[in-house]
Write a protein that binds this ligand. Structure first.
Ligand SMILES: [Mg+2]
Length: 172
């Protein structure tokens, strides 16, 4: 059971926010592409306020030649906003954690799955989905905690999970 949890629900890395991710760890894992979540990872769930430190980090990764695609379960309108903002592809209504959610992004990047990292704030969509797809998985803390009702339920489960498995969830 613990091996199963570890394999699918444990992120490879955990950071306070996306802009704290050191590109060295990506390069060490031979990562060439980033699949980035939108809601509460790139911008708050309830607004389009883009933090400068976040957009700077994303632009810096683009300058360092990482291929970047946003994949989100959010509404297409927010995906379009992010796509225009960064001039990168962004797909909404993606149905993470299912593998097919990433199909378009993988094809567009033209990379094998082990060259891709997923960055997101939710264990049950981003991390589970990323582990199922064989990506490097990076969990970040959500930008704002006030979010959608269903997300809150997921978070409640995640909270239980996190506490009980704290030892397991920590980086080795
Ligand atoms: Mg999110």
């Amino acid at each position: 059971m613990f091996a199963f949890i570890k394999k699918y629900f444990q992120p490879d890395h955990h950071f306070e926010s996306i802009n704290k991710i050191d590109s060295k760890i990506l390069k060490e894992s031979k990562i060439e592409g980033l699949i980035i979540d939108i809601d509460n990872t790139t911008m708050p769930y309830s607004s389009k306020e883009m933090k400068v430190i976040v957009s700077d980090w994303i632009n810096k990764m683009s300058d360092e030649n990482f291929k970047i695609i946003f994949v989100s379960n959010t509404v297409p309108e927010r995906a379009e906003f992010v796509s225009d903002y960064f001039d990168k592809p962004a797909y909404g209504y993606a149905a993470k954690p299912f593998k097919f959610a990433f199909k378009k992004a993988i094809k567009k990047m033209d990379l094998s799955n082990d060259r891709i990292a997923i960055i997101g704030d939710q264990i049950f969509t981003d991390i589970l989905g990323g582990n199922l797809a064989g990506f490097l998985t990076i969990l970040v803390e959500p930008i704002e905690s006030k979010d959608f009702f269903l997300t809150r339920i997921f978070r409640w489960f995640e909270g239980l999970f996190y506490d009980r498995n704290k030892r397991l969830m920590q980086k080795e």
